[in-house]
Design a protein around this ligand. Structure first.
Ligand SMILES: [Zn+2]
Ligand SMILES: [Zn+2]
Length: 132
């Protein structure tokens, strides 16, 4: 393992910011974490809020909810939309409990699509039955 900046030097550790390997000349220790030259600047300024404070793991339930909601618009909505709503509800609970998860926007979209599409399906079925 060599230093990213000095190919002739052996790396001693990885930068806590970019996870690249660096030699002891390049790494600076800040609050117990080792950083390279370019990451040091960010570390001194404080953690970049977009990377550390916001969630970085997409919530699978939210993805699934949105998928079911969208497919349900076109087919089997009477079955798929309730599934989408349940999944969206579950996703919102998971995201609320775990700040690392992202996808609250998707869960909200799935809820809205789910309710509207379900209403349309129910109205459509009612219209069909009343004609019969
Ligand atoms: Zn770095
Ligand atoms: Zn170096």
């Amino acid at each position: 393992m060599q230093c990213k900046n000095h190919p002739t030097q052996m790396a001693v550790d990885r930068c806590a910011g970019c996870a690249e390997s660096f030699c002891s000349d390049c790494l600076v220790e800040i609050q117990g974490q080792k950083y390279c030259g370019s990451c040091k600047i960010m570390a001194v300024k404080g953690p970049p809020p977009a990377v550390i404070e916001q969630g970085s793991i997409p919530c699978k339930e939210a993805d699934d909810a949105l998928k079911y909601a969208i497919i349900g618009i076109f087919c089997f909505g009477i079955v798929l939309e309730p599934i989408a709503l349940v999944r969206a509800f579950k996703a919102r609970k998971l995201i609320a409990a775990n700040p690392d998860l992202t996808g609250s926007g998707k869960a909200t979209a799935a809820t809205i699509i789910g309710i509207v599409a379900l209403l349309l399906w129910v109205l459509g079925l009612m219209a069909k039955f009343s004609r019969v």
